[in-house]
Ligand binder design. Structure first.
Ligand SMILES: [Ca+2]
Ligand SMILES: [Ca+2]
Ligand SMILES: [Ca+2]
Length: 329
């Protein structure tokens, strides 16, 4: 399998994960929690005698930040059943349970996957209380959560118990401020501005938002353009050796919106994006050039970015030397 094929199949997989994350973003499930693959899960009957003596004093502490990758191996074999009912689902969780205390230092998207022979389940609580249930999943979930303390419980359906492995992966829940702070301003002009740049060793500040179709695991270069009302920005990404993508954000931080995204082509194929400002006022937009996979060397990270703004009055005489050069290159 060559690298091109690898990227294509990997992109199909990440498209599935993105579909999951999009469902979170669209708020189909409460509290931004989505149980992967549980739509058709058929279970009935809550336990006859409800036990809710959850004790989190012995919980194993796990610290999570952005880009954490943690694997938790354990076994519920021989562990007593202290809690067989949680408020999210009427599932009979009468097996013994292991509790993890998650310390989260900033808003994240948490992706948890459980591997086990016996029928074990995952329960996410906002405190050590079965009534404060954020969500339950038979094997996998994604949840968008704020900073704070959470409890993740591995429990056994219908009294089952045994060995398990849980992987926790995290991503930032929004575009980090560093992206806007590091953005190179580009003057909006009807004459194309061309910038040659490189993604090598750039920080990975975003992988997913509610606009993208693939996870973009590479680091980004950020640019900003001040766009007058009704003007249109045309962005082109060319002369690249990676599988590039273009993000367009209206800001950074929790309230920022991804307003456009492009990742149509695969390795070395150009990308382009056009966006018209119909917000009613002059807007600064942030352009992120990203890569589907991390960039391994300087040669592989180079690219050429072209930015043209239509619907802008060109000043009568003024034309920057850089713009002139780019016109005649
Ligand atoms: Ca239990
Ligand atoms: Ca990225
Ligand atoms: Ca691409």
């Amino acid at each position: 399998m060559n690298s091109n094929q690898f990227n294509r199949s990997n992109k199909v997989y990440t498209a599935l994960l993105i579909a999951t994350l999009s469902i979170i973003a669209s708020g189909v499930y409460a509290d931004n929690f989505f149980a992967v693959g549980d739509e058709d899960l058929m279970r009935s009957g809550s336990p006859e005698n409800i036990i809710r003596n959850l004790d989190c004093n012995s919980a194993v502490m796990v610290e999570l930040s952005i880009w954490s990758e943690v694997t938790l191996d354990g076994s519920t074999e021989g562990i007593p059943d202290s809690c067989n009912s949680y408020s999210c689902e009427e599932w009979d969780e009468s097996g013994g349970e292991i509790i993890y205390e998650l310390e989260v230092d900033q808003p994240i998207i948490l992706h948890a996957t459980l591997f086990s022979e016996p029928d074990l389940d995952l329960i996410l609580l906002s405190d050590c209380d079965p009534d404060l249930c954020i969500g339950m999943a038979s094997s996998e979930f994604s949840a968008e959560i704020d900073s704070g303390t959470y409890y993740l419980i591995v429990d056994g359906y219908l009294g089952e118990s045994g060995a398990f492995s849980v992987t926790l992966e995290t991503m930032p829940a929004y575009l980090l401020q560093e992206a806007c702070d590091s953005a190179t301003p580009i003057e909006c002009s009807p004459i194309e501005t061309i910038v040659d740049s490189n993604l090598f060793e750039q920080p990975n500040l975003i992988e997913t938002a509610d606009c993208n179709t693939f996870l973009e695991r590479g680091g980004e270069q950020w640019f900003s353009v001040v766009l007058p009302d009704t003007a249109t920005v045309e962005i082109s990404l060319t002369q690249l050796f990676f599988d590039g993508a273009i993000w367009l954000f209206d800001d950074c931080g929790p309230d920022a919106e991804c307003i456009a995204f492009a990742d149509q082509g695969t390795i070395e194929e150009p990308e382009e994006l056009t966006w018209k400002n119909e917000t009613g006022s002059t807007t600064t937009v942030y352009i992120g050039i990203d890569s589907f996979m991390p960039i391994e060397d300087s040669f592989g990270g180079s690219f050429s970015l072209g930015i043209t703004c239509e619907g802008i009055e060109l000043p009568a005489i003024q034309s920057s030397w850089g713009a002139m050069k780019s016109r005649f290159r």
